[in-house]
Design a protein. Structure first.
Length: 413
């Protein structure tokens, strides 16, 4: 039988894999060129009017690299552009967000206790926040205020803190941190697409036309590249945060996200200083450790809202609650899963429910119908190692209940 739920799960996996691959390519090339640029040697002066040079060894060979501040006298025929890694990372990331948070808005994007939104409203807020975020950031960079890069980066940090808090006032905790990562990643990728590559193309066009390129284009691109350098590590943290309820399910999740950006600065400052030959400021690791300890402490704030409405169900969850077999499915889940998936787990060593999923009431079971079907119905992922001894007949009952609920949704639509 053709199962759209299984197909959707594999499509999500494939897109996630693509996203990770392209992100590795983009981050790898970005970090390499930052390190290369900071490590350029200018004594003795390099030949041919180059701004700096460096010798490197890798893979059994030696590389002699020269950098021209504007461009060489003669443009080479073969010129490699580093841009598709950035574009592919953003496109695959947005596709992944659409698959999980837009198509599954009622489950992953909307928390009625935070903001009672319709799915289309939540998606619209999501998209507009990404677009407006870039426009505001770009305007600040191009303003007179942005001429001082240190001053600009301090202001941008407070913008990110405001966005962290704002997202938690609209979306679920999990979606809030993912959106803050998407907000930041959109700025980074747009820097490449809208500023860095167009400026480089202007320089190339001037060279081909026999004109002397204006050095301002390189200066502008350098500013945006520096921003990307310091934003990369926080984005990675935020993209991984959806796997860790201690980060996204805490009442202090917006403060945790804000502190992560400071860790990104301290870590990158160490490596940037080292690559530039300015020593190894080991104090940055102490600062990073202290910030991380503060994050750990903040994560112990109440993980779930005490006044949350556990009786309200979304229209989709309501169909699963009304489906034949729901009572039996609920009994199975409460008997086999709720010892771990509880606000206060009974299983030794567990201090919070895995992935932030609580399965203590029929409403919570209905809300998590899709995950239960995939994790315990058609696969043996849960319970882990089948520690609670879920029988095959019980798994079959979960599948039958989910299929009945899905059939009800199809008939309604």
């Amino acid at each position: 039988m053709y199962d759209l739920a299984v197909t959707g799960a594999w499509i999500e996996f494939a897109v996630r894999w693509l996203h990770v691959i392209t992100a590795i390519a983009w981050i790898g090339s970005s970090f390499y060129f930052i390190a290369l640029d900071l490590g350029l040697r200018r004594d003795p002066p390099p030949p041919s009017g180059a701004d700096g040079q460096e010798w490197q060894v890798h893979g059994g060979g030696f590389y002699h690299i020269q950098k021209y501040l504007v461009a060489p006298d003669n443009l080479p025929d073969h010129l490699i552009w580093f841009k598709w890694e950035s574009y592919a990372t953003w496109l695959s990331g947005f596709a992944l967000m659409a698959l999980i948070y837009y198509l599954g808005a009622e489950f992953y994007l909307i928390d009625p206790d935070v903001a009672d939104l319709r799915p289309w409203q939540a998606v619209l807020i999501s998209v507009l926040s990404l677009v407006l975020g870039w426009l505001v950031y770009d305007m600040l960079c191009k303003s007179r205020f942005g001429e001082d890069n240190t001053r600009l980066m301090v202001l941008l940090y407070f913008v990110l803190v405001a966005m962290a808090w704002g997202y938690t006032q609209v979306f679920t905790g999990r979606a809030a941190l993912i959106h803050l990562g998407a907000f930041t990643a959109t700025i980074m990728s747009a820097n490449v697409f809208m500023i860095i590559i167009p400026n480089q193309k202007i320089v190339v066009a001037d060279l081909k036309a026999g004109r002397t390129p204006d050095a301002k284009y390189g200066k502008i691109a350098k500013q945006r590249s520096t921003h990307n350098n310091y934003l990369t590590l926080p984005v990675i943290f935020l993209m991984l945060s959806n796997h860790y309820p201690l980060a996204f399910a805490s009442e202090a999740n917006w403060a945790i996200a804000s502190l992560v950006f400071l860790m990104g600065v301290t870590i990158r400052h160490y490596f940037n200083s080292m690559h530039a030959g300015k020593g190894k400021p080991t104090w940055t690791w102490l600062a990073t450790t202290l910030i991380f300890i503060l994050i750990m402490w903040l994560s112990t704030a109440p993980m779930f809202r005490p006044d949350a409405d556990t009786t309200a169900l979304s229209p989709s969850a309501e169909r699963f609650a009304q489906a034949p077999g729901f009572t039996e499915a609920t009994d199975i889940v409460l008997g086999r899963c709720s010892m771990c998936h509880a606000a206060e787990p009974n299983w030794a060593g567990l201090h919070w429910p895995p992935k932030g999923v609580i399965l203590e009431t029929p409403q919570q079971v209905a809300h998590n119908a899709h995950a239960i079907y995939l994790q315990s119905g058609i696969s043996h992922a849960m319970p882990p190692a089948n520690l609670s001894y879920m029988e095959e007949e019980e798994r079959a009952a979960l599948v039958a209940w989910f299929n009945a609920g899905r059939a009800g949704l199809k008939a309604e639509n």
